[in-house]
Design a protein around this ligand. Structure first.
Ligand code: 4NP
Length: 155
């Protein structure tokens, strides 16, 4: 049985597609980990990631251009083992939909993997320049290293 990880942000075009691509790039085949991403909002459903996310991923050897945005749904609580959100607002939106304690326990703010219990946020880069995407990439890269370590040790 594979372990399933879902990355969640607001639009599913900037941060969570990067988290999705970065984590996927670090998985070794024997780990049997599947990754997906979603947005709490439906505004960009069906769209490719933001071109600035595609560009920063490409600079780091990762192709995320085939991803398509979709909205987070309540079914995701059953389909995934770990649900990582980017900020407090995503956390609130996802937790509002969680049916019980078991599903609530699957939800974690992603930077808590690097800074435990500090509830730091991956800043929303949408309205800023390209440097915001570099910051986001570097934070998510570190967080995904921790997630890989955790998944390896969980087996
Ligand atoms: P994301 O960024 O949540 O990292 O995908 C955003 C994308 C779009 C919008 C806001 C944030 N928007 O307002 O359309």
């Amino acid at each position: 049985m594979s372990t399933k990880v879902l990355m969640v942000c607001l639009g599913n075009i900037c941060r969570s597609p990067l988290a999705h691509g970065i984590l996927e790039s670090k998985i070794e085949p024997e780990m049997q980990v599947k990754v997906d991403s979603a947005g709490t909002a439906a505004w960009h459903s069906g769209k490719q990631p933001d071109e600035r996310s595609i560009a920063i991923a490409k600079q780091n050897g990762i192709d995320i251009s085939n991803q398509k945005a979709r909205q987070f749904t309540v079914e995701d609580f059953n389909a995934f083992d770990y649900i990582y959100v980017m900020d407090q607002s995503n956390y609130k939106d996802v937790m509002k939909l969680a049916p019980n304690d078991a599903t609530r326990a699957k939800v974690e703010i992603i930077l808590n993997e690097i800074y435990p219990e500090e509830n730091r946020e991956v800043p929303d880069p949408y309205y800023g320049g390209t440097s915001g995407f570099t910051t986001v990439y570097n934070l998510l890269d570190q967080a995904c290293d921790k997630i890989i370590h955790k998944l390896k040790n969980a087996k």
